[in-house]
Write a protein that binds this ligand. Structure first.
Ligand code: ACO
Length: 321
């Protein structure tokens, strides 16, 4: 039997942290107190105009390759989860392949599942590896969400940040990924979307992120609890068998509500939303890499990742590190 396990993690955050007071100084009608009370966010990182998702992905990937002790050409599958690709095509994964100097013909494609994108990408990569068709995948979440924010909409622009996280997932004799589940329900698309498109050389429609915050909040808390329980059930374990919960970092109140529903104490929840804001598809691999590098997530530990995002999409996976 072939399984898939994480061999190394890496991440990258652009520039210096931008505080809530920095946003106020930039003219946004908000306050440090409002943002912290409603979201738990204290700082986020914002990429400069020259930096693209593939740039952030490149540094995160180099760090993951180094941690895994593998060379770029050892990778035979590249999946990038992003909603902020460098361009319409080629894929950000193909651009990342070029920037990493991978010349072995590795398959490369993007996954568009917004904030669930990394869970989708990891689950897809696992299926390639378990089929025997591929041996070693680079799975990346990379976003420059600051580009699709309406900086005059204080209800959304304070919530997000830019960054990238990456893992090397490779074939192994033991799991690895113990169970996973992916879901979507497109009927909820109006409560969180970037409705615009490009046609006839023009941006047609609204190019910025629009959100009904309270509807998103309720939906997120419900499905994050449900999908975590579904994956535990698939794996035949209870939450007591899990060392760490690593949820998508949308908002501290969503994390707290999910932890309460699952009966997990907050000291078992990896939390980076306070420092990174919501980095969409990058948030889970960023949080994982921070927890690996600070020594919390250690070999042998079991952790549950879970995400929810526009679409709506949602999913979870239980892993043994
Ligand atoms: N600073 C100050 N005041 C603000 C701000 C701000 N940044 N944004 C909104 N307000 C004001 C509103 O104008 C409103 O004022 P009013 O009462 O005078 O009209 C008041 O605050 C309350 O606004 P609400 O939108 O009702 O605030 P709410 O308590 O719902 O909090 C929030 C908003 C934080 C967005 C919340 O709904 C939430 O956390 N939703 C989840 C959304 C989320 O996490 N999205 C991430 C993307 S989806 C994902 O990743 C899963």
């Amino acid at each position: 039997m072939i399984y898939a396990r994480i061999a190394g993690t890496g991440s990258f955050l652009p520039g210096d942290p931008v505080t809530n007071d920095d946003l106020v100084a930039r003219g946004i009608d908000t306050s440090d107190q409002w943002i912290i009370e409603r979201t738990g966010i204290r700082t986020r990182h914002l990429a400069s105009a020259e930096m693209s998702s593939s740039d952030l992905a490149t540094t995160a990937s180099e760090r993951a390759l180094e941690a895994a002790g593998v060379r770029p050409d050892d990778i035979d599958l590249i999946i990038v989860a992003t909603s902020t690709p460098d361009c319409i095509f080629p894929s950000t994964a193909a651009l990342l392949q070029s920037k990493l100097g991978i010349r072995n013909g590795a398959a490369a494609f993007d996954v568009q599942a917004v904030c669930s994108g990394f869970v989708y990408g990891l689950t897809i990569a696992e299926k390639f590896i378990r089929s025997g068709s591929h041996k070693r995948a680079l799975v990346v979440g990379a976003e420059v969400f600051s580009r699709i924010l309406d900086w005059s909409d204080r209800g959304t622009c304070v919530l997000f940040g830019d960054g990238a996280g990456a893992v090397v997932l490779e074939a192994a004799e033991a799991p690895g990924i113990l169970a996973s589940a992916l879901h979507a329900d497109g009927s909820h698309h109006p409560i969180l979307c970037v409705p615009g498109a490009v046609a006839a050389g023009q941006v047609v429609g609204d190019p910025f992120l629009r959100m009904d915050g309270q509807a998103v909040f309720k939906f997120a808390v419900r499905v994050l609890g449900d999908v975590a329980l579904e994956v535990l059930d698939h794996a035949g374990v209870t939450i007591d068998a899990v060392d760490w919960l690593i949820p998508h970092q949308a908002n501290i109140r969503i994390l707290q509500a999910t932890a309460r529903r699952l009966g997990v104490s907050m000291d078992k929840v990896i939390t980076t939303v306070d420092r990174h804001g919501n980095t969409s598809a990058a948030s889970i691999p960023l949080a994982l890499d921070f927890a690996v590098r600070d020594g919390r997530v250690r070999p042998g530990h079991r952790f549950l990742i879970e995400g929810v995002g526009g679409g709506f999409t949602w999913g979870a996976a239980l892993l043994q590190f």
